[in-house]
Ligand binder design. Structure first.
Ligand SMILES: Nc1ncnc2c1ncn2[C@@H]1O[C@H](COP(=O)(O)OP(=O)(O)OP(=O)(O)O)[C@@H](O)[C@H]1O
Ligand code: NI
Length: 383
């Protein structure tokens, strides 16, 4: 687990980044793809938010939406991305470039797409330093060498003269991290930065990121499909499925007691985690492409616990138990689990976000003492 420096939602600290009801749609010739379909999360200074989900769930589009890097036919059609309170959605390219230069940096899975093959690594880092920190000449060279050293590239000064293809995959990713740090960001978005690397190199890069984070009090959004990596690096986790965040929790409760059937499936698919499973357990089927806004639970067709209501009600984000502190939130009709099924269907259908104990959903309130029966998929008639 990551160092216990998570800033919780109940602390008196403003989030560095607050994403609210964010929607990003691609208008292709064939169809509309609702790649990000109304997501909410916050990132606090110095913490790591892990975003996890299968391929196609919308992780990279989320990252690119935050960075202002969505290109036509894609558009952000709703919601806000607040950085230190300032909404980045709707800002001009020039304004966004200023944020990308000094506040938010991003590293991608394949460093070769971000490194220019015809310039030396040193020149590329120096260019970033000139642009973002107004350094030039020998000052920039010194700083570039220091940055390469800080990402544990040996013989840094000589290495400045190397071209990207002369670096190994792991070294290229380190160089890219050095470039990202050249703009001295407060938030670093990492989109599968270790996926292409072998296990040993992956572990080294994760250690490096954690070390840098501690030194610089950097906040990170770490995107991966790998639950093992999440366990290693995240303080809090958002689980994505088909454009939505279906569960959010600090990393310990998410692993100890996952609530959404999808999260449970993801965790069971980690080899060695489930000693009773005779073979590697995976969830049947694929992430559906969202071709319209969600009107029901998109996981229902694959869900072992689906109720009748799941096909017609879009789950709201609710606490695991009503009255909870709101740190563990799940979008599933089985929750809050201390409420009756009838109560839950009503609450989700009225689309109230009952994010905390003070915010009761509008219902008749007549079922308070009924036991939760979330495990029994009861028949619900569609009227
Ligand atoms: N430029 C684009 N044009 C059309 N559709 C797109 C575009 N970029 C992404 N999408 C669609 O948006 C959805 C989410 O894609 P995204 O790349 O965010 O997934 P991901 O969770 O990052 O997956 P992976 O783990 O494979 O990287 C997918 O259905 C994808 O096909
Ligand atoms: Ni991706």
């Amino acid at each position: 687990m990551a160092a216990p420096r998570a800033k919780r939602a109940d602390d008196d600290i403003e989030p560095l980044l607050a994403v609210e009801e964010l929607r990003t749609v691609f208008y292709t010739d064939k169809e509309e793809i609702h790649a990000v379909d109304g997501i909410d999360f916050e990132v606090y200074p110095g913490e790591t938010l892990g975003i996890v989900g299968e391929s196609g769930s919308g992780k990279s589009v989320t990252a690119r939406s935050i960075m202002g890097l969505i290109k036509s036919p894609g558009h952000i059609v709703g919601g806000s991305v607040r950085y230190r309170g300032e909404n980045l959605v709707g800002k001009s390219d020039a304004e966004l470039r200023a944020y990308r230069g000094s506040d938010i940096a991003m590293i991608f899975q394949d460093p070769m797409t971000s490194l220019n093959p015809v310039y030396t690594v040193g020149n590329q880092i120096k260019e970033a330093l000139e642009l973002h920190q107004d350094l030039s000449g020998s000052e920039a060279t010194d700083e570039a060498a220091e940055l390469l050293e800080s990402v544990n590239i040996p013989d840094a000064r000589r290495r400045l003269k190397s071209y990207p293809h002369e670096f190994s995959g792991g070294m290229r990713q380190r160089a890219l991290i050095a470039m990202a740090l050249a703009c001295d960001p407060d938030l670093l978005i990492c989109d599968e930065p270790t996926t292409a690397l072998d296990v040993t190199t992956q572990a080294q890069i994760l250690d490096l990121l954690e070390e840098i984070q501690r030194e610089r009090d950097l906040a990170m959004i770490f995107i991966t499909h790998d639950m093992g990596v999440i366990a290693e690096i995240a303080d809090r986790v958002a689980v994505m499925y088909a454009g939505e965040i279906i569960e959010r929790a600090p990393v310990e409760p998410l692993f100890a007691d996952p609530k959404h059937p999808y999260t449970r499936g993801l965790l069971e698919s980690i080899p060695g985690r489930n000693p009773h499973a005779a073979r590697l357990h995976t969830i049947e089927g694929n992430v559906p492409t969202a071709t319209g806004p969600a009107r029901s639970c998109r996981f229902a067709p694959r869900c072992p616990k689906a109720l009748g209501g799941c096909e017609r009600i879009r789950p709201a984000a609710v606490p695991v138990n009503e009255g909870d502190d709101g740190n563990h939130v799940v979008s599933c009709l089985l929750y809050p689990e201390n409420r009756s099924e009838e109560w839950r269907l009503d609450a989700h259908e009225s689309q109230e976000t009952i994010d905390d104990a003070n915010n009761e959903p509008r219902t008749d309130g007549g079922h308070e003492n009924e036991p939760a029966d979330g495990d029994k998929p009861t028949e619900v008639t569609d009227e």
